[in-house]
Design a protein around this ligand. Structure first.
Ligand code: MTE
Ligand code: CO
Length: 390
């Protein structure tokens, strides 16, 4: 460079003053310069913050793992606080022997480690009627992707002995909301985990400490936190959260229920409304996330011109079953306005639909399961806005 850069030529404070010693932060926190990277609430969405939601700051993250302190929270009755010694998990109903486990009991079963996304069925729900919220944190941030350590639910059910009439389980939470959901026995015996660790450490209180149910690929509501009871039955229980809520109202006035799987979806996280392009024309990196409740992501396409031309994005990082996938698309930006979209294709060959295609089939009254393609309009200054194009 022609002019000397004082950040290089002059001695800086961090070069002359001793830094913090190892005992200053026994439990580490992010550096203060990243203090804007936080979960955020949209206050007008809910009447109060106890039965509410906050959102993962997707625009500020990279890779595929969500840090524990940034995992979005959805509570129907606030975050319960349960001492680990007082934790009990009961299995009852159509079993040979009803059982109660303490946390120590659970730790004596063989464990598994698995990385899975959890997406609330209401993620992008505000966007059904058109572009609403300005930022992928708010349009797509009801998702997190975590490595869980836990005991396969199958092992606990086998310990209790499921009777042949046992076709469903009811998972029940110990919080004030007493969340309860019916789950078919096939899923319970397949890949559900009774998890007590997230990203290596104990579950956070917000995520259901000490134990939550992990239901890979299925809507977040079924991932019961503060799990206290599993009942085995011969039919679904038709609880509030599977009849009045978490059902999809169709154009003919009937509602589809038990739409458990989260279909393939993707979103560009950078650039996006909270993360504009600040460097001007030239070398530019687009990045985002893709996921599918049916398995892995096979391909992600990116368009710069609202779907006229599609380019294959580059996937980087592990491609795991029912986990977030990270994609990148590098290009030379000429500074002209962009209409950015991404489109995920999963291992079954399913292609993420446009929002118009979804509405054609589902009508306009839906809230849940909006996996339509998201558009960001980027202007010549690099500012991005949530828009819809048809
Ligand atoms: N489990 C209990 N016991 N209570 C709850 O309010 N909320 C559900 C589910 N499990 C809930 C619960 C919903 S709607 C979602 S989307 C996820 O937990 C949210 O999990 P998170 O807070 O880890 O993001
Ligand atoms: Co939810």
């Amino acid at each position: 460079a022609a002019t000397p850069d004082p950040l290089i030529t002059q001695v800086q404070p961090w070069n002359t003053v001793l830094g913090d010693g190892v005992d200053v932060h026994p439990y580490g926190m992010p550096v203060k310069y990243e203090s804007d990277v936080i979960r955020r609430n949209v206050p007008w969405l809910t009447a109060d913050s106890v039965s509410s939601i906050n959102f993962t700051p997707l625009h500020a993250l990279d890779g595929i793992i969500t840090p524990n302190g940034l995992c979005f929270e959805r509570h129907h009755g606030g975050a319960a606080e349960i001492p680990k010694e007082d934790y009990r998990l009961m299995i009852n109903g159509l079993v040979d022997e009803p059982l109660v486990f303490t946390l120590d009991d659970l730790m004596r079963f063989p464990r598994e480690n698995r990385i899975h996304f959890m997406e609330c069925a209401a993620n992008s729900g505000m966007e059904w009627a058109g572009a609403q919220l300005n930022g992928c944190q708010f349009t797509h941030g009801m998702i997190h992707n975590v490595m869980y350590t836990g005991v396969p639910l199958r092992a606990l059910l086998e310990e209790a002995g499921v009777k042949t009439e046992g076709k469903w389980i009811l998972a029940e939470g110990a919080d004030a909301a007493g969340m309860t959901r019916s789950i078919p026995i096939e899923k319970a015996l397949d890949d559900c985990l009774v998890a007590f660790k997230m990203n290596g450490e104990a579950l956070r209180k917000e995520q259901g400490y000490p134990v939550r149910l992990v239901v890979p690929g299925w809507e977040g509501n079924m991932w019961v936190k503060w799990l206290r009871r599993i009942e085995v039955g011969d039919k679904p229980w038709e609880q509030r959260e599977e009849t009045s809520k978490y059902t999809d109202l169709m154009p003919n006035g009937k509602a589809r229920k038990f739409t458990w799987v989260m279909d393939a979806k993707s979103v560009i996280t950078n650039p996006s409304p909270q993360a504009p392009i600040t460097h001007g024309p030239g070398r530019t990196v687009i990045t985002g996330l893709a996921w599918s409740g049916h398995g892995t992501i096979k391909r992600v396409d990116v368009t710069l011109d609202g779907g006229v031309n599609w380019h294959t994005a580059r996937l980087s990082g592990p491609s795991l079953d029912k986990s977030l996938h990270r994609f990148y698309f590098e290009f030379d930006w000429d500074g002209s306005p962009l209409l950015l979209q991404s489109r995920a294709i999963d291992e079954t060959g399913y292609v993420q639909p446009t929002k118009d295609a979804l509405r054609k089939f589902r009508g306009n009254n839906s809230i849940y399961h909006n996996n339509g393609i998201q558009t960001w309009s980027v202007n010549k200054d690099g500012e991005a806005e949530n828009v819809e194009i048809s």
